[in-house]
Design a binder for this molecule. Sequence first.
Ligand code: FES
Length: 191
Amino acid sequence: MQWQSKLDDQQGDAPNTEGILKTEVSRRTFLSYIAASISAFIGIAAGVPIIGYVAAPLAKKEEARWISLGKVEAFNDQEPKLATFTITKRDGWVEVQEARTCWIIPQKNGGFVAFNGRCTHLGCAYSWRTSGEHAGKFFCPCHDGLYDREGTVLDGPPPRPLDRLDVKVEGDELMVLLQDFRLGVPEKEAL
Ligand code: FES
């Protein structure tokens, strides 16, 4: 019939609303993915420096530092002498004061040798013995570590000689370059 045919024609020409809707939805989805990706990128870009800023103090390597030990004549005695001092260290976000030591050994040529005050085994404090069984040697009481005057291991578990530090005389002051090394390993490895 003519009336039916007109209706069919109209239906044939009518836009496919389901298709349009699908296209619209998929375009919106696509755009939302793009927006989310850009947001994520900006977030990461902004976050990386912040994470680095927060984590940097925790990961920072210990730096060697020159320490004044006082007047050089105080170390001219022929016997090894213990030097004590305090350093400021950053522990995460907190600054802490730490008591440290090193041993100064006068040399025949007028120079000095310095040893880090930590035993190379597990870091205990050792001392120069002037009498008794270990006279003329460095002795670590923690596990009976024994070193000679040059820092060479004579006995016990220390895996390497005492850790030498650089020294210099500036004016009338004796200076030592304080640095720590990994403990319990045969190689001298700066921390
Ligand atoms: S810490 Fe010195 S011998 Fe163990």
